[in-house]
Design a protein around this ligand. Sequence first.
Ligand SMILES: [Zn+2]
Length: 87
Amino acid sequence: MKTLICQSCGWPFTTATAGTNRDKSENLDYCRDCYQVGAFTDKSLNLHELEVKLLEMAEVHEDISLEEAQQLIKKLPELKRWRMDHI
Ligand SMILES: [Zn+2]
């Protein structure tokens, strides 16, 4: 199965956990957690909140190290959802 990178949260996902478009087809830009039926699940989320969220996840989940979370955070501004914020 192809591994994709969510263009919102930066987390890897597969077609099995892909987001969905309005017509229920797969959206391969975003994961299911971030994007469902053509809209972001958390529309008001901003980049700073996402950074905080990822750091919290690293604290809670043993399989995510703090370094991993920090690496991910560095890449977030390159993702499709956040790119606009930095122009
Ligand atoms: Zn996502």
